[in-house]
Design a protein around this ligand. Structure first.
Ligand SMILES: [Zn+2]
Length: 515
């Protein structure tokens, strides 16, 4: 086998990939929640399986593929790198194998996650944001009929297992990613199976720690000088990847400690830490590491699993983001701001909708400039209650929100659009723009008007002629001002980074939010 570039040459595709003479990696794109990798060490028909995936269908598929790709291997040992479900819930499909884990992992397995409570959590609809988030994460997985056979063998320190003529060395790292993590090292091949001590391309989570142990674990792994590293999630890595990952953990440790010492609450710290340098998937997962580190710094009980996931859901949905200018807090309200935020009398659809709600975060930000807000609000109300029909107005607004990448604007207006008579199919079609075959001639012209104003700051002759067949002079003025108004609103929402309003529920925004 070639000794260089194996990590970059191996595609990140689902299936078994040979990574050494005796070493195989099962890769599971996209490496996100539950999409864990696994491994096989084999020689002379003997086999040691590393981790068994998240559910029985995935584990069965992996086993069936193994029989085709590496025929005639008997799996005598299963090693679980740790107790997280995505690494051991397929164990029962290896009944002939001796399940081997560290003593730490055995303890965590005994009082850790169980399939039934997990299924109940997925079905729980008390927190819609959380349910939506979890449903997304667990799409494609099923947790029926999972049994958790107890480990047959436990160890601490290191354990060498002979697989035919090859040695697989199990190294008990102790608490890092979880309360007990093990790596499997195949010195003959220079292959390291790290479990979730390494995540490739996706933000890691720390349920265990302290983080210093995890950083030390990285140094241990670097010291092995591996040629190929099979991370717990994501594409293959090499030794440089471990060094980079350690840098990320060191960065997080410093940033989290600073914020803890400054008295910032953990939920705020989770969105306050800049991750620009660490371009990885699922930035909301940093909330887990922050919550775990805070409880250790405070010497308090760990934050409950559901609460941490709820914080992740709030960040992922945009409800919790790091505002550039924060919405005015209740404690900051003075008499003038209170008066301004009390919705002025209006019959507009939006005004009615907002009447029984807490102030929009948008308004709570803009009211920090009370003179401007006082002058602006009447215009905002006027354009939402003018001479265009509500359905036309909302179609224009939604298309503008899409073009501007404003999730906030879309989420506020989607329910208003449905109430105004647009159908769910129209909202889905808004993504396709004016060329979709489902629009009437009038709707096509409206959408073209939005797109042209967005791209060229004017409207072409052809579009204007079409519009003029459907709308009078006042409506044409209003239309252009309406598109401009919702650009202005989207600019404010995007640039000031206004958090979504928590009462709005899961986002239905089909576009790409502006950064
Ligand atoms: Zn995992």
């Amino acid at each position: 086998m070639s000794t260089s570039n194996d990590t970059t040459r191996t595609p990140f595709s689902r299936g078994w990939h040979r990574v050494g003479e005796h070493s195989w990696a099962w890769l599971e794109p996209d490496g996100g929640w539950g999409k864990a990798n696994a491994g096989l060490v084999t020689d002379q028909g003997h086999g040691l399986q590393i981790d068994t995936l998240f559910d029985l269908p995935h584990a069965q598929h992996m086993r069936d593929s193994l029989a085709l790709t590496v025929p005639g291997v008997g799996i005598e040992t299963v090693v679980n790198t740790h107790a997280d479900p995505d690494h051991c819930w397929g164990n029962q499909l290896f009944p002939e194998a001796a399940i081997t884990v560290s003593e730490h992992t055995a303890r965590e397995m005994a009082d850790g996650h169980r399939p039934e409570p997990y299924r109940q959590l997925l079905a729980d609809d008390r927190d819609l944001l959380l349910r939506h988030y979890l449903r997304d994460l667990n799409t494609g997985f099923g947790f029926e009929d999972i049994e958790l056979p107890p480990p047959a063998r436990t160890f601490s320190g290191t354990l060498d297992i002979a697989v035919g003529g090859v040695t697989a060395r199990l190294i008990d790292i102790g608490a890092a990613h979880t309360e007990g993590d093990t790596v499997v090292w195949v010195p003959e091949d220079g292959v390291l199976y790290s479990g979730d001590l390494l995540f490739s391309g996706v933000h890691p989570v720390m349920w265990g720690g302290p983080i210093e142990n995890w950083i030390a674990a990285c140094r241990t792994m670097e010291g092995l000088n591996p040629r190929v590293v099979v991370p717990g999630h994501g594409p293959l890595m090499d030794r440089d990847g471990i060094v980079e990952f350690r840098g990320y953990l060191e960065y997080l440790a410093t940033e989290i400690t600073h914020r803890f010492e400054a008295g910032m609450p953990w939920r705020e710290a989770a969105v306050d830490i800049p991750l620009d340098r660490w371009n990885r998937e699922s930035p909301e997962r940093v909330a887990v590491t922050v919550a775990t580190m805070y409880s250790q710094l405070e010497k308090s009980a760990r934050v409950a699993f559901e609460s941490v996931l709820a914080a992740e859901a709030a960040i992922a949905s945009g409800v919790q983001r790091r505002p550039r200018i924060a919405p005015l807090r209740t404690s900051e309200l003075d008499g003038r701001a209170s008066d301004l935020l009390r919705m002025p009398r209006s019959d507009g659809d939006l005004a009615r909708r907002f009447a029984e709600r807490p102030p929009l975060n948008l308004f709570a930000v803009l009211v920090r400039h009370p003179d401007l807000f006082e002058a602006w609000l009447p215009l905002a109300l006027q354009v939402t209650d003018g001479s265009l029909s509500a359905a036309d107005r909302e179609l224009v607004t939604l298309r503008t929100a899409l073009r501007c990448g404003s999730r906030y604007e879309w989420d506020q207006h989607a329910p208003v659009a449905l109430a105004a008579g647009l159908r769910a199919a129209d909202l889905a079609r808004a993504v396709n723009g004016p060329d979709d075959l489902g629009w009437s001639a009038r709707q096509k012209a409206l959408l073209r008007c939005v797109d042209e104003l967005h791209e060229m700051s004017t409207v072409t002759e052809a579009t204007w002629r079409e519009l003029a067949e459907h709308y009078d002079e006042r409506q044409l003025i209003e239309l252009v001002m309406l598109v401009g108004h919702y650009h202005e609103v989207a600019f404010a929402l995007n640039a000031l980074r206004v958090p979504l309003d928590p009462w709005i529920g899961p986002s239905t925004f089909p576009g790409v939010p502006a950064a």
